[in-house]
Design a protein around this ligand. Structure first.
Ligand SMILES: [Zn+2]
Length: 237
């Protein structure tokens, strides 16, 4: 199925009969089932890691994707936005040392979480595919990495998450915020899937699978805050 833009926020669908069993973009293991379809897209679910994903030929173009992000009004001084980010800021801050170095990945058009850490004395870098394409930031090592409302946008989550995990020092913390998918019935009513820039939907089971791959400790806080703690080599042996 493909859609083409027909004026503002309207898409016309054409069915692509070749999409039957797309390879999971997270674990890369073949074997996925159609999970759900709506008038815009198909959603598959991986039988191994349980990721729910949209096949690549149904992604928005880069221009249309950026146009959607340009509409996001994330103002660094907005108290409500800071309260939202505090739900990740606080648990990360409780777990890191003073003077830790951090990376906010996917910092968006109005970087705010990185400012909150800087205001508390931490050294921060930011990276964003559209707004801060600073590749050098992905060559460094960090004590903590954050990604708020980012992983649901990843076109190649296996590659991107592996890259970020490689930038994290041992004993470091990786904090994610994303809404968690639950059952099929709830998915049908879920507003989160209606944002056409959202192409990956994680669940508790998917994050548990990822923690197993990384041999990391997983902490699930609240309904959409996920922390991974990178083990020391001696913890693994
Ligand atoms: Zn998978």
């Amino acid at each position: 199925m493909k859609y083409s833009k027909q004026g503002d926020k309207s898409y016309k669908l054409t069915v692509n009969p070749h999409i039957k069993n797309p390879v999971c973009p997270l674990c890369k293991i073949p074997g996925s089932n159609v999970f759900f379809s709506d008038r815009h897209r198909d959603y598959f679910q991986c039988r191994t890691c349980c990721l729910i994903f949209v096949p690549p030929d149904q992604f928005l173009s880069a221009d249309d994707e950026k146009a959607e992000y340009d509409l996001h009004e994330n103002i660094p001084g907005d108290p409500a936005y800071r309260r939202f980010l505090n739900r990740l800021f606080t648990p990360i801050q409780e777990r890191i040392q003073a003077n830790s170095r951090g990376l906010d990945f996917g910092s968006g058009p109005g970087p705010t979480l990185s400012l909150m850490f800087e205001e508390s004395g931490y050294l921060m870098e930011i990276y964003d595919k559209f707004y801060a394409k600073n590749s050098q930031a992905l060559e460094k090592q960090y004590d903590f990495i954050t990604a708020t409302e980012v992983v649901e946008h990843l076109h190649n989550p296996e590659k991107t998450l592996a890259r970020l995990w490689g930038c994290l020092k041992t004993s470091g913390w990786f904090g994610i915020m994303t809404k968690l998918a639950i059952g099929k019935k709830a998915f049908a009513q879920w507003h989160y899937k209606n944002d056409l820039t959202h192409v990956c939907f994680f669940s508790r089971r998917t994050f548990a699978w990822l923690a197993g791959r990384w041999q990391a400790d997983l902490v699930l806080l609240d309904k959409d805050v996920i922390l991974f703690n990178k083990p020391k080599i001696t913890d693994i042996l």
